[in-house]
Each structure stands twice: as C-alpha cells, then as structure tokens.
Write a protein that binds this ligand. Sequence first.
Ligand code: TYM
Length: 329
Amino acid sequence: MAADSSSQNSKILLTGIRASGDIHLGNYLGAMRQALQLQTKYQSYLFIANFHGLTTTPKAEELRKHTRSIAAAWLAAGVDTKKTVLWKQSDVPEVLELAQVLTCLTSVGLLERAHSYKDALAKEKIIKAGILFYPVLMAADILLYNSDFVPVGKDQAQHLEMTRDMATYFNETYGTTFTLPEALILEDVATIPGTDGRKMSKSYNNGIDLFASEAELKKQIMGIKTDSKGLDDPKVAEECVVYQIFKLIAGKSESDEMKRKLEAGGYGYGDAKKALLAKFLEDFGAMRKEYDRWMKDTAALDQELARGAVQAREKATKMIKRVREVVGL
Ligand code: TYM
C-alpha cells in the first residue's frame, strides 16, 4: 500500500488538475493547497488529468509539456510521494473502463445540464463528445479510488454532484459499490478572481501563473483591471481585485495595511500591484525554484510518475474487478 496508514486515517482524498495549461493561482489556492495540507491526514491520490486535457485538443508535444508541468507543480508545491500517490491519468487505463460502464447508466439529459457543456455550446460551433462526457470521466476518476473527499474550487461543484448522482444510481442498480464523495470547497478561495475580475481560468487567459517568468508575472499582475480612480482618490479595497488577491496570500496585518492605504487615498493601484508582485515572489520563490529544478530533471519527474502509476493502478484494478463482477462482464 502506498500510504503510511499509521499516521493517516483510512479516508481517501483525491483530486486532479487538467493538463491544459499552466498552473495559476486559482488552481493552487482553490484545490492544491487544501489537498497538500490534508495529505498527512488522509490517504491522498493526486493526479494529472491528461485524458481530460485532450478535450482542448492540443498538439501532442503541448499535452506532454502540460502534463509534466503540472506534475512538477505538484511536486514543487509539496507532494510527499512517500505518503501520497501522484500519477498521470492515462497510466491507469482502467479509468476508461469505468467511464464506459458509467456512460451506460447516465442520461444524456444529466450531461446536458453540465455548466462545462453549456459553456462549450455557447462558444463552439461543433461540440466534441469528449466535452459532453467530461463529467463521466471525472466521476470515474473519483469513484475508481473510492474517494471520500475531493478538494476543488467551486467551478467543480456541479461535477461532484453529478458524480454522486452516478454513484447513487450505480449503487441502487447493482448494490453498494461506490463511496459517495464529498467536495471540499473552502469559502474564501472557492472562486479566485482573474486579472480581468472574472473567475481566474486557463480558458479566459486572465491567470496569474505560479511558475511564469518574473517578466511574465509582472505583466500579468500589472495588467490587473482596476477602476479609473486616481492616485489621491480613496478607493474601495473590497472591490479591488489586487487587494482581493493580496488578501489571500498575505497575512492579516499586511492586508489590513493595504486596505487602510487604499481607503485613505494617496496610494495608487500601481502601488498595490507592486506590493502584490513582491509578496507573490516572496511567498512562492522557493516553490518556483523547485519547479524549475523538476522541469529540468524530466527523468526524475517521469520516474516519480511511473512509481505513482503502479500504486494507483493496484488500487484501480481491485475496484474494476469488483465492478466487472457486479455488472456481469
Ligand atoms: P482544472 O484543471 O480546471 O482546475 C484544477 C482545480 O483548480 C480549481 N480552480 C479554481 N479554484 C478557485 N478559483 C479559481 N478561479 C479556480 N480555477 C480552477 C478547480 O476547481 C479544480 O479543483 N475537471 C477538473 C479536473 C479533474 C478532476 C477530476 C478534479 C478531472 N478529474 C477528479 C477532481 C477530481 C478540472 O478541469 O480542473
């Protein structure tokens, strides 16, 4: 068994990140930080959703790069692979087998209600079936490992509800097989705003990327949208995205100080952005160095993922055997 069960309780935590771009602050604060903090408490399964990454149909080289980049991010952010299993989704093909079984129990109506599908409908002329079936594969990710807890941002809440629906229906049809997973969503980081004030998202291009070059980071942070109040005007801190983000990474006294300065006037948005950039580099400096180290040592990175894949597959195989049995395959 991968996890050190002597110091952990037997509950299972699992979460994934889609391999479709660079890790941004929303991914880190919404999902990764929580997951990492809980890895000493629960048996943890963290993975890189590269099959899901295919839904944005990148070039093969890009998908490989995103996959490694997310693995490096997990490791740099503090995954302890002695306790926690870290792997890439495609190394455990049993997930596709479970997804196929779940597909046969899931109504198209349920899938058509997914926000992710509706967003695609609004934007794309041709919707790929992978988008419609996205929540089924995600449910398979979660149920295959009998997950109890799934730390995510709020944008994944509906997918978790759908997972529970699928698990419930399966259990009612074939007898109790799956644990009903619980989403862990932390109120204050449920939806991190992006540089344009909308939800930070890879697809809106409004991210503050954890591992971008310093020059790129500066561009992203200095580009945060603000209103037109001048340097001397008093400002409403809570309405200012710079402050909203600063508050999430700085301590209380530093954020109170920024709030006070913004509200007093004589402190411009440019000043606040500079303070945010400095804080960001200070807080994430060590993690950024570790990330660079992993990205340079791809052999070591791939080795970690290969080891994780063996552990994940061992668990997945047991579950798929059970599923095959109860459904009659
Ligand atoms: P993805 O890759 O879009 O995002 C990874 C995690 O980051 C969270 N997140 C945010 N949290 C707060 N504020 C934001 N602005 C923000 N943007 C992203 C997401 O909620 C997510 O927790 N479908 C998933 C990947 C996945 C998965 C799974 C997750 C596949 N299978 C099984 C959990 C369990 C996704 O696309 O996340």
